[in-house]
Design a protein around this ligand. Structure first.
Ligand SMILES: Nc1nc2c(c(=O)[nH]1)N[C@H]1C(S)=C(S)[C@@H](COP(=O)(O)O)O[C@H]1N2
Ligand SMILES: [Mo]
Length: 407
Protein backbone atom coordinates (compact mmCIF):
# COMPACT_ATOMS: atom_id res chain seq x y z
CA UNK A 1 0.00 0.00 0.00
CA UNK A 2 1.20 3.49 -0.80
CA UNK A 3 1.32 5.27 2.55
CA UNK A 4 1.52 8.62 0.80
CA UNK A 5 -2.24 8.25 0.34
CA UNK A 6 -2.54 9.10 3.98
CA UNK A 7 -0.37 12.12 4.07
CA UNK A 8 -1.09 14.60 1.32
CA UNK A 9 1.56 16.91 -0.08
CA UNK A 10 -0.18 19.85 1.59
CA UNK A 11 -0.25 18.25 5.02
CA UNK A 12 3.35 17.19 4.63
CA UNK A 13 4.31 20.75 3.74
CA UNK A 14 2.54 22.13 6.81
CA UNK A 15 4.13 19.50 9.02
CA UNK A 16 7.61 20.19 7.67
CA UNK A 17 7.09 23.92 8.14
CA UNK A 18 5.95 23.32 11.71
CA UNK A 19 9.03 21.26 12.49
CA UNK A 20 11.34 23.43 10.43
CA UNK A 21 12.85 20.54 8.46
CA UNK A 22 11.99 17.98 5.78
CA UNK A 23 10.59 14.73 7.08
CA UNK A 24 13.04 12.51 5.22
CA UNK A 25 11.17 9.21 5.52
CA UNK A 26 7.71 10.75 5.10
CA UNK A 27 6.82 7.92 2.71
CA UNK A 28 6.96 5.37 5.52
CA UNK A 29 5.14 7.51 8.08
CA UNK A 30 2.32 5.40 9.55
CA UNK A 31 -1.13 6.87 9.05
CA UNK A 32 -2.41 8.90 11.99
CA UNK A 33 0.98 8.91 13.72
CA UNK A 34 1.77 12.01 15.74
CA UNK A 35 5.40 12.97 15.43
CA UNK A 36 7.25 13.60 18.66
CA UNK A 37 7.96 17.08 17.34
CA UNK A 38 4.21 17.71 17.13
CA UNK A 39 3.63 16.98 20.77
CA UNK A 40 3.03 19.64 23.39
CA UNK A 41 6.12 21.77 23.82
CA UNK A 42 7.52 22.37 27.28
CA UNK A 43 5.22 25.11 28.60
CA UNK A 44 7.80 26.35 31.11
CA UNK A 45 10.27 27.09 28.31
CA UNK A 46 7.60 28.24 25.89
CA UNK A 47 6.18 30.84 28.26
CA UNK A 48 9.25 31.46 30.48
CA UNK A 49 7.47 30.13 33.54
CA UNK A 50 8.93 28.70 36.71
CA UNK A 51 8.84 24.91 36.73
CA UNK A 52 7.02 25.02 40.06
CA UNK A 53 3.90 26.27 38.26
CA UNK A 54 1.06 23.73 37.77
CA UNK A 55 -0.24 22.97 34.31
CA UNK A 56 -4.02 22.43 34.53
CA UNK A 57 -4.68 22.12 30.81
CA UNK A 58 -2.63 22.17 27.62
CA UNK A 59 -5.41 22.84 25.05
CA UNK A 60 -5.95 25.60 25.79
CA UNK A 61 -2.99 26.41 28.04
CA UNK A 62 -3.99 27.01 31.65
CA UNK A 63 -1.24 27.26 34.24
CA UNK A 64 -1.33 28.42 37.84
CA UNK A 65 1.12 29.43 40.52
CA UNK A 66 1.28 28.03 44.05
CA UNK A 67 0.91 30.38 47.00
CA UNK A 68 4.59 30.60 47.93
CA UNK A 69 5.59 31.45 44.33
CA UNK A 70 3.51 34.62 44.60
CA UNK A 71 5.70 36.11 47.32
CA UNK A 72 7.00 39.05 45.20
CA UNK A 73 5.29 42.38 45.74
CA UNK A 74 5.07 42.84 41.97
CA UNK A 75 4.37 39.54 40.20
CA UNK A 76 7.12 38.71 37.68
CA UNK A 77 6.16 36.94 34.46
CA UNK A 78 7.63 33.61 35.59
CA UNK A 79 5.02 33.29 38.35
CA UNK A 80 2.05 34.78 36.53
CA UNK A 81 -0.81 32.38 35.88
CA UNK A 82 -2.01 31.77 32.33
CA UNK A 83 -5.68 31.49 31.48
CA UNK A 84 -6.55 30.96 27.84
CA UNK A 85 -9.97 30.18 26.41
CA UNK A 86 -8.66 29.59 22.90
CA UNK A 87 -5.41 29.39 20.97
CA UNK A 88 -2.67 31.97 21.44
CA UNK A 89 -2.35 34.08 18.27
CA UNK A 90 0.74 33.52 16.14
CA UNK A 91 2.77 35.69 13.80
CA UNK A 92 1.64 39.00 15.23
CA UNK A 93 2.23 41.88 12.84
CA UNK A 94 2.85 44.77 15.24
CA UNK A 95 3.51 47.29 12.46
CA UNK A 96 0.01 46.83 11.11
CA UNK A 97 -1.79 46.15 14.40
CA UNK A 98 -4.87 48.32 14.75
CA UNK A 99 -7.38 48.89 17.50
CA UNK A 100 -10.79 49.72 16.06
CA UNK A 101 -13.65 51.31 18.00
CA UNK A 102 -17.12 50.48 16.75
CA UNK A 103 -20.56 49.62 18.15
CA UNK A 104 -23.93 51.34 18.50
CA UNK A 105 -22.58 54.05 20.77
CA UNK A 106 -19.57 55.48 18.93
CA UNK A 107 -20.04 58.75 17.04
CA UNK A 108 -18.20 57.07 14.19
CA UNK A 109 -15.93 54.10 13.79
CA UNK A 110 -12.29 54.95 14.41
CA UNK A 111 -9.04 52.98 14.31
CA UNK A 112 -5.64 53.59 15.86
CA UNK A 113 -2.30 52.06 15.00
CA UNK A 114 -0.32 50.95 18.07
CA UNK A 115 2.12 53.78 17.53
CA UNK A 116 -0.73 56.31 17.46
CA UNK A 117 -2.01 55.05 20.80
CA UNK A 118 1.48 55.28 22.26
CA UNK A 119 2.29 58.75 20.99
CA UNK A 120 -1.10 60.53 20.96
CA UNK A 121 -2.10 59.82 24.55
CA UNK A 122 -0.48 60.23 27.93
CA UNK A 123 0.92 56.99 29.38
CA UNK A 124 0.30 55.72 32.89
CA UNK A 125 1.65 52.84 34.96
CA UNK A 126 -0.39 51.09 37.64
CA UNK A 127 0.07 47.90 39.58
CA UNK A 128 -3.20 46.01 39.09
CA UNK A 129 -4.64 42.85 40.61
CA UNK A 130 -5.97 40.33 38.11
CA UNK A 131 -7.70 37.30 39.56
CA UNK A 132 -9.52 34.70 37.49
CA UNK A 133 -13.19 34.49 38.48
CA UNK A 134 -12.68 30.72 38.82
CA UNK A 135 -9.69 30.92 41.19
CA UNK A 136 -10.43 28.49 44.06
CA UNK A 137 -12.93 26.49 42.00
CA UNK A 138 -11.38 23.14 43.02
CA UNK A 139 -12.87 23.38 46.52
CA UNK A 140 -16.56 23.61 45.58
CA UNK A 141 -18.92 20.74 46.21
CA UNK A 142 -20.76 19.59 44.15
CA UNK A 143 -17.72 20.21 41.92
CA UNK A 144 -17.89 22.65 39.06
CA UNK A 145 -16.57 21.91 35.57
CA UNK A 146 -13.65 23.94 34.30
CA UNK A 147 -10.04 24.41 35.28
CA UNK A 148 -9.59 23.20 38.83
CA UNK A 149 -7.75 26.29 40.06
CA UNK A 150 -6.54 26.10 43.64
CA UNK A 151 -5.24 29.49 44.83
CA UNK A 152 -2.75 30.51 42.15
CA UNK A 153 -4.86 32.21 39.47
CA UNK A 154 -4.06 35.70 40.69
CA UNK A 155 -1.35 38.20 39.81
CA UNK A 156 -0.45 41.81 40.48
CA UNK A 157 1.96 43.11 37.85
CA UNK A 158 2.70 46.66 36.73
CA UNK A 159 0.88 47.60 33.56
CA UNK A 160 1.77 50.55 31.35
CA UNK A 161 -0.49 51.98 28.71
CA UNK A 162 -2.94 54.71 27.91
CA UNK A 163 -6.22 55.32 29.65
CA UNK A 164 -9.16 53.79 27.82
CA UNK A 165 -11.15 56.84 28.81
CA UNK A 166 -8.77 59.23 27.02
CA UNK A 167 -9.08 57.18 23.84
CA UNK A 168 -12.87 56.86 24.19
CA UNK A 169 -13.04 60.62 24.53
CA UNK A 170 -11.02 61.00 21.34
CA UNK A 171 -13.29 58.52 19.53
CA UNK A 172 -16.43 60.29 20.74
CA UNK A 173 -19.07 58.19 22.42
CA UNK A 174 -22.81 58.75 22.52
CA UNK A 175 -24.75 59.47 25.70
CA UNK A 176 -26.49 56.07 25.49
CA UNK A 177 -23.24 54.09 25.90
CA UNK A 178 -23.62 51.54 28.72
CA UNK A 179 -20.93 48.90 28.11
CA UNK A 180 -17.76 48.19 26.19
CA UNK A 181 -16.92 44.76 24.75
CA UNK A 182 -13.49 43.66 23.56
CA UNK A 183 -12.64 41.52 20.55
CA UNK A 184 -9.27 39.83 20.13
CA UNK A 185 -7.20 37.78 17.72
CA UNK A 186 -6.96 34.49 19.59
CA UNK A 187 -8.65 31.61 17.77
CA UNK A 188 -11.51 29.44 18.94
CA UNK A 189 -10.47 25.87 19.79
CA UNK A 190 -12.66 24.63 16.90
CA UNK A 191 -10.60 26.85 14.54
CA UNK A 192 -13.93 28.17 13.24
CA UNK A 193 -13.06 31.78 12.33
CA UNK A 194 -16.69 32.82 12.95
CA UNK A 195 -16.38 31.92 16.61
CA UNK A 196 -14.62 33.98 19.27
CA UNK A 197 -13.12 32.14 22.26
CA UNK A 198 -14.12 35.03 24.51
CA UNK A 199 -15.43 38.58 24.06
CA UNK A 200 -16.23 40.20 27.38
CA UNK A 201 -16.18 43.73 28.69
CA UNK A 202 -17.16 46.13 31.44
CA UNK A 203 -19.84 48.76 32.07
CA UNK A 204 -18.96 52.20 30.74
CA UNK A 205 -18.38 53.49 34.30
CA UNK A 206 -15.58 50.95 34.78
CA UNK A 207 -14.25 51.67 31.28
CA UNK A 208 -13.93 55.36 32.21
CA UNK A 209 -11.99 54.78 35.45
CA UNK A 210 -8.48 56.23 35.63
CA UNK A 211 -6.86 52.82 36.11
CA UNK A 212 -8.58 51.10 33.18
CA UNK A 213 -5.81 50.81 30.62
CA UNK A 214 -5.08 49.86 27.07
CA UNK A 215 -1.74 48.37 28.06
CA UNK A 216 1.27 47.58 25.92
CA UNK A 217 3.80 46.92 28.67
CA UNK A 218 3.96 44.61 31.66
CA UNK A 219 6.62 45.16 34.32
CA UNK A 220 8.40 47.65 32.08
CA UNK A 221 8.73 45.43 28.99
CA UNK A 222 6.54 44.47 26.03
CA UNK A 223 3.71 42.28 27.33
CA UNK A 224 4.71 38.60 26.96
CA UNK A 225 2.84 37.03 24.03
CA UNK A 226 0.74 34.70 26.18
CA UNK A 227 -0.40 37.60 28.36
CA UNK A 228 -1.74 39.69 25.50
CA UNK A 229 1.03 41.12 23.31
CA UNK A 230 0.84 43.64 21.71
CA UNK A 231 -2.23 45.22 23.34
CA UNK A 232 -4.34 44.34 26.31
CA UNK A 233 -7.29 45.81 28.12
CA UNK A 234 -6.69 45.93 31.88
CA UNK A 235 -9.61 46.31 34.26
CA UNK A 236 -8.06 45.71 37.71
CA UNK A 237 -10.15 44.37 40.58
CA UNK A 238 -12.68 42.70 38.28
CA UNK A 239 -12.59 39.07 37.17
CA UNK A 240 -9.53 38.91 34.93
CA UNK A 241 -11.74 37.68 32.08
CA UNK A 242 -12.74 41.35 31.65
CA UNK A 243 -9.11 42.15 30.79
CA UNK A 244 -8.99 41.13 27.13
CA UNK A 245 -5.65 40.00 25.73
CA UNK A 246 -4.56 40.58 22.08
CA UNK A 247 -7.35 43.11 21.55
CA UNK A 248 -7.95 44.63 18.12
CA UNK A 249 -11.48 45.95 18.52
CA UNK A 250 -13.60 47.54 21.21
CA UNK A 251 -17.34 47.83 20.69
CA UNK A 252 -19.07 50.61 22.57
CA UNK A 253 -22.51 49.21 23.24
CA UNK A 254 -25.87 50.75 24.06
CA UNK A 255 -26.75 47.58 25.99
CA UNK A 256 -24.87 45.05 28.11
CA UNK A 257 -22.26 43.47 25.84
CA UNK A 258 -23.46 40.06 24.63
CA UNK A 259 -20.18 38.60 23.32
CA UNK A 260 -18.86 35.08 23.96
CA UNK A 261 -18.84 34.19 27.68
CA UNK A 262 -21.00 37.13 28.76
CA UNK A 263 -24.18 35.07 29.08
CA UNK A 264 -25.52 31.84 30.61
CA UNK A 265 -23.37 30.50 33.43
CA UNK A 266 -20.15 32.11 32.12
CA UNK A 267 -18.67 34.53 34.63
CA UNK A 268 -22.12 34.88 36.15
CA UNK A 269 -23.36 33.79 39.58
CA UNK A 270 -26.82 33.46 41.10
CA UNK A 271 -28.06 36.97 42.01
CA UNK A 272 -29.40 35.50 45.27
CA UNK A 273 -27.75 32.63 47.20
CA UNK A 274 -28.80 29.09 46.19
CA UNK A 275 -28.38 25.66 47.77
CA UNK A 276 -25.34 23.66 46.55
CA UNK A 277 -26.23 21.85 43.31
CA UNK A 278 -29.43 23.82 42.70
CA UNK A 279 -30.39 24.62 39.09
CA UNK A 280 -30.52 28.36 38.48
CA UNK A 281 -32.60 30.00 35.75
CA UNK A 282 -30.71 32.20 33.28
CA UNK A 283 -32.65 35.25 34.38
CA UNK A 284 -31.53 34.74 37.97
CA UNK A 285 -27.83 34.91 37.12
CA UNK A 286 -25.84 38.16 37.50
CA UNK A 287 -22.57 39.18 35.85
CA UNK A 288 -19.58 39.16 38.24
CA UNK A 289 -18.27 42.68 38.72
CA UNK A 290 -15.86 43.73 41.49
CA UNK A 291 -14.07 40.68 42.97
CA UNK A 292 -14.58 39.86 46.67
CA UNK A 293 -12.04 40.40 49.45
CA UNK A 294 -9.32 37.74 49.57
CA UNK A 295 -5.78 37.08 50.77
CA UNK A 296 -2.88 34.70 50.31
CA UNK A 297 -0.08 33.67 52.68
CA UNK A 298 3.01 33.61 50.47
CA UNK A 299 5.55 32.91 53.24
CA UNK A 300 6.20 30.42 54.69
CA UNK A 301 5.38 27.64 52.26
CA UNK A 302 2.78 25.24 53.58
CA UNK A 303 4.47 22.33 55.37
CA UNK A 304 7.10 24.53 57.06
CA UNK A 305 8.79 23.11 60.13
CA UNK A 306 9.87 25.48 62.89
CA UNK A 307 11.64 25.07 66.20
CA UNK A 308 9.77 25.53 69.45
CA UNK A 309 10.59 28.98 70.81
CA UNK A 310 11.42 30.46 67.39
CA UNK A 311 9.46 33.39 65.99
CA UNK A 312 7.81 32.68 62.65
CA UNK A 313 7.46 35.64 60.29
CA UNK A 314 4.48 35.31 57.94
CA UNK A 315 3.59 37.51 54.98
CA UNK A 316 1.39 37.73 51.93
CA UNK A 317 -1.02 39.88 49.96
CA UNK A 318 -4.65 40.87 50.32
CA UNK A 319 -7.01 42.51 47.83
CA UNK A 320 -10.65 43.47 47.63
CA UNK A 321 -11.76 44.23 44.07
CA UNK A 322 -12.81 47.88 43.81
CA UNK A 323 -12.40 48.31 47.56
CA UNK A 324 -9.31 48.30 49.73
CA UNK A 325 -8.32 46.00 52.58
CA UNK A 326 -8.76 47.59 55.98
CA UNK A 327 -7.90 44.69 58.27
CA UNK A 328 -5.82 41.52 58.10
CA UNK A 329 -5.72 38.82 60.76
CA UNK A 330 -4.35 35.34 61.31
CA UNK A 331 -5.62 32.46 63.41
CA UNK A 332 -3.73 29.48 64.87
CA UNK A 333 -6.81 27.78 66.30
CA UNK A 334 -8.97 27.09 63.24
CA UNK A 335 -10.66 30.47 63.37
CA UNK A 336 -11.67 30.48 67.03
CA UNK A 337 -9.55 33.57 67.73
CA UNK A 338 -7.77 36.07 65.49
CA UNK A 339 -4.67 38.25 65.83
CA UNK A 340 -4.04 41.40 63.79
CA UNK A 341 -1.37 41.58 61.07
CA UNK A 342 0.26 44.73 59.72
CA UNK A 343 -1.26 45.80 56.38
CA UNK A 344 0.48 48.20 54.00
CA UNK A 345 -1.32 50.74 51.83
CA UNK A 346 -1.64 49.67 48.16
CA UNK A 347 0.84 51.10 45.61
CA UNK A 348 -2.20 52.58 43.90
CA UNK A 349 -5.91 51.89 43.82
CA UNK A 350 -6.71 48.31 42.66
CA UNK A 351 -3.26 46.95 43.62
CA UNK A 352 -2.97 44.22 46.22
CA UNK A 353 -1.71 45.10 49.70
CA UNK A 354 1.04 43.39 51.63
CA UNK A 355 0.57 42.05 55.12
CA UNK A 356 2.94 40.59 57.66
CA UNK A 357 3.05 39.34 61.23
CA UNK A 358 5.46 37.66 63.58
CA UNK A 359 4.09 34.60 65.32
CA UNK A 360 5.73 33.71 68.60
CA UNK A 361 2.77 32.32 70.51
CA UNK A 362 2.76 28.64 69.49
CA UNK A 363 1.95 27.17 72.92
CA UNK A 364 3.64 23.82 72.39
CA UNK A 365 5.11 21.39 69.87
CA UNK A 366 2.72 19.93 67.34
CA UNK A 367 0.68 20.52 64.18
CA UNK A 368 -0.85 23.92 63.47
CA UNK A 369 -2.68 25.61 60.66
CA UNK A 370 -2.28 29.29 59.99
CA UNK A 371 -5.44 30.79 58.56
CA UNK A 372 -5.47 34.30 57.10
CA UNK A 373 -8.50 36.56 56.88
CA UNK A 374 -8.82 39.95 55.21
CA UNK A 375 -11.64 42.43 55.76
CA UNK A 376 -12.52 45.01 53.10
CA UNK A 377 -13.10 48.73 53.56
CA UNK A 378 -16.85 48.11 53.67
CA UNK A 379 -16.40 45.81 56.69
CA UNK A 380 -16.93 42.51 54.89
CA UNK A 381 -14.52 39.70 55.78
CA UNK A 382 -13.51 36.47 54.02
CA UNK A 383 -15.58 33.37 54.79
CA UNK A 384 -13.53 30.83 56.75
CA UNK A 385 -14.18 27.75 54.65
CA UNK A 386 -16.38 28.29 51.58
CA UNK A 387 -18.60 31.06 50.27
CA UNK A 388 -21.95 30.40 48.56
CA UNK A 389 -22.00 27.65 45.95
CA UNK A 390 -22.62 28.62 42.33
CA UNK A 391 -22.92 26.49 39.17
CA UNK A 392 -19.49 27.33 37.68
CA UNK A 393 -17.53 27.55 40.91
CA UNK A 394 -16.63 31.23 40.84
CA UNK A 395 -15.59 33.62 43.61
CA UNK A 396 -14.17 31.22 46.19
CA UNK A 397 -12.64 33.74 48.57
CA UNK A 398 -12.32 31.39 51.55
CA UNK A 399 -9.48 32.03 54.00
CA UNK A 400 -6.13 30.73 52.78
CA UNK A 401 -4.67 28.12 55.10
CA UNK A 402 -1.17 26.70 55.49
CA UNK A 403 0.09 23.86 57.68
CA UNK A 404 3.13 24.22 59.97
CA UNK A 405 4.76 21.89 62.44
CA UNK A 406 6.49 23.05 65.60
CA UNK A 407 9.19 20.58 66.65
N1 LIG B 1 -8.41 37.40 24.19
C1 LIG B 1 -8.50 36.79 25.36
N2 LIG B 1 -8.45 37.51 26.49
C2 LIG B 1 -8.53 36.90 27.70
C3 LIG B 1 -8.71 35.50 27.79
C4 LIG B 1 -8.71 34.75 26.59
O1 LIG B 1 -8.83 33.52 26.58
N3 LIG B 1 -8.62 35.43 25.39
N4 LIG B 1 -8.86 34.92 29.02
C5 LIG B 1 -9.38 35.79 30.07
C6 LIG B 1 -9.38 35.18 31.38
S1 LIG B 1 -10.68 34.12 31.72
C7 LIG B 1 -8.44 35.48 32.33
S2 LIG B 1 -8.55 34.86 33.90
C8 LIG B 1 -7.30 36.36 32.00
C9 LIG B 1 -5.99 35.65 32.26
O2 LIG B 1 -4.91 36.51 32.03
P1 LIG B 1 -3.42 35.96 31.99
O3 LIG B 1 -3.39 34.71 31.17
O4 LIG B 1 -2.61 37.06 31.42
O5 LIG B 1 -3.03 35.67 33.42
O6 LIG B 1 -7.31 36.80 30.66
C10 LIG B 1 -8.58 37.09 30.13
N5 LIG B 1 -8.46 37.66 28.81
MO1 LIG C 1 -10.64 33.72 34.03
Amino acid sequence: MDRRNFITKGTLGTLSALIGADIVYANTLPSGYRLLAQQDPDPFKLFNKDTGMSVLNTKPWNIEATAHLLDDKVTPNKYMFIRNNGLVPENIDVQNWKLTFDGESVQQQKSYALQELKSNFKQYTYQLTLECGGNGRSEFNPPAKGNQWTVGAVSCAEWTGVRLRDVLQDVGIKADAVYIGYHATDRHLSLNPEKEPISRGVPITKALQEETLLAFQMNGKDIPLVHGYPLRLIAGGWPASASGKWINRISVRNKVHDGAKMTGTSYRVPCEPVAPGEKVADGDMCIIESMPVKSLITFPKTGAIIKKGDTLPIRGHAWAGELSVSKMEYSLDFGASWTACTVEAPRNRLAWQHFSAKISDFPKKGYYEIWARATDSAGLGQPMLLPGWNPKGYLNNACHRIAVKVV
